[in-house]
Design a protein around this ligand. Structure first.
Ligand code: HAM
Length: 426
């Protein structure tokens, strides 16, 4: 047993998994740039109030899952690790006066998030999200654009198009009446509610609809929906979002009870699940509109919308689909030598080849040539550059490890020759 292990609910991304993550990060960065999002990075922790006010105090994420950092100074601030990026991005939008930039402002970030949740398959205490946000565009077209982007990310990653569940959760004009109807529904059935949900009923009845408690599933299936209660403006907005989705060929199902677990949403809300596999723990991503959040965090009223995709879950879905693991980069050549002690020459030649842009490793262990060649084969290299006595004449031996053939090559010609060969392999 090792003395220390990674904390419960976290895991080390070993090279094969980190490589697979990097592939997803590259797809995310490429798509985000293609769709006009600009990269941004905010701290992994924020003042606790950013999340309490932003995400909402009566949410699982803040009540139960926030990693609060123990204060250790007299700065008078308390901090928490970010459970999601949106609240921090809104804080940054306000802090840096992005309201004065040309609107809309489109931002993207990808990185780790932290939720102190009960660890289980697909639910970690540290997980990664690809996130995009648009400030200053009330929609409805951008709503559809983001959903299409979220779907495209999955298909470009190699997954079957995910199932999209969509709803409008109204705004300040129509939601209060709906929340009242919902509260009345639950009050009539109060004896069927678990203790936490009873407490929440007073403060945030909407939360009960996305309760993870299994005893709530049946009850929630009978709960009133918002659909018929949307005000004209919200109903019109929702209808237009759907028309735009049709225009870009995104298939979706309307789920009139979808509310999402964070408090900041208004109007459009959606979640994505692996095709044909909707479960409480399996959402690949989710997003929605938050037209009041900038104000709630102290800025000027500005509409906003965004989504987050869980990269850990995308990888799990790829695995479940039987996708082959991502291959790690292999060196084109390994520089080996007849003299085990000749590490200076091997390092110098490899350095020159790398300076010429080639992917090359030097065998720097002082071991026999046979062992060095075995290592090169194990690495999957196509060539071994063998340094021997003929170096005095400016020559090395270039061995094709697949063909087991070998020929002398002037050192000066080596970069161009290897570059040609690596080009031929592509
Ligand atoms: P969220 O639905 O809480 O939304 O999280 C987005 C995605 O992160 C989930 O669909 C899931 O794939 C992944 N995720 C969440 N918790 C975990 C966990 N414990 N372990 C592994 N993966 C997890 C948000 O975070 C919003 N900020 C999305 C958004 C952006 N809305 C507007 N803009």
């Amino acid at each position: 047993m090792p003395l220390f292990r990674s904390p419960r609910g976290t895991r080390d991304l070993l090279p094969p998994e980190r490589t697979a993550f990097m592939r997803l990060e590259r797809i995310a960065a490429r798509l985000a740039a293609q769709y006009g999002f600009r990269p941004i990075e905010t701290p992994l922790f924020e003042q606790t109030g950013v999340f309490e006010r932003g995400v909402g105090e009566v949410t699982d994420v803040v009540e139960k899952e926030l990693f609060r950092l123990a204060p250790r100074s007299d700065e008078g601030e308390t901090w928490a690790l970010r459970p999601e990026p949106t609240a921090g991005l809104v804080r940054a939008y306000i802090q840096h006066g992005m309201q004065t930039w040309p609107q809309p402002v489109r931002l993207t970030t990808t990185g780790p998030m932290f939720r102190y949740d009960r660890p289980q398959a697909g639910r970690y205490r540290q997980f990664w999200q690809f996130d995009v946000e648009v400030f200053g565009d009330p929609g409805p077209a951008v709503d559809a654009e983001l959903i299409e982007l979220a779907v495209r990310f999955h298909t470009e990653a190699g997954l079957e198009a995910p199932d999209v569940y969509l709803n409008s959760i109204g705004d300040d004009a129509c939601r209060p009446a709906y929340v009242e109807a919902l509260a009345a529904f639950y009050l009539e059935r109060i004896d069927r509610l678990p203790r936490l949900e009873r407490e929440r009923l007073e403060r945030n009845p909407l939360r009960l609809l996305d309760s993870k408690d299994p005893s709530m599933v049946e009850l929630n299936a009978e709960a009133p929906t918002i659909t018929g209660r949307l005000c004209d403006a919200c109903a019109g907005h929702f209808a237009a979002v759907r028309q735009h989705l049709d225009a870009v060929g995104v298939r979706y199902s309307v789920d009139p009870r979808l509310v999402r677990g964070l408090d900041y949403y208004t109007r459009t809300a959606w979640e994505l699940f692996p095709a044909g596999a909707r479960g409480t723990q399996s959402a690949l991503g989710g997003g929605g509109r938050y037209d009041r959040l900038v104000e709630r965090l102290g800025g000027r009223a500005t509409p906003g919308i965004g989504f987050g995709i869980g990269l850990d879950r995308v990888l799990l879905a790829l695995e479940a689909q039987g996708a082959p693991p991502e291959s790690e980069p292999v060196p084109l050549a390994v520089v080996v030598g007849a003299d085990p002690a000749g590490t200076r020459e091997r390092l110098r030649i490899a350095t020159e080849l790398r300076a010429a842009g080639l992917t090359v490793r030097a065998d720097l262990a002082q071991r026999k040539l046979g062992r060095q060649l075995e290592g090169a084969v194990r690495d999957g290299a196509r060539f071994a550059v063998i340094v021997g006595d003929d170096l005095a004449d400016g020559l090395v031996q270039l061995r094709d490890l697949g063909a087991a053939s070998q020929k002398p090559v002037p050192l000066a010609d080596l970069p161009a020759l290897l570059r040609r060969k690596s080009g031929a392999a592509q």
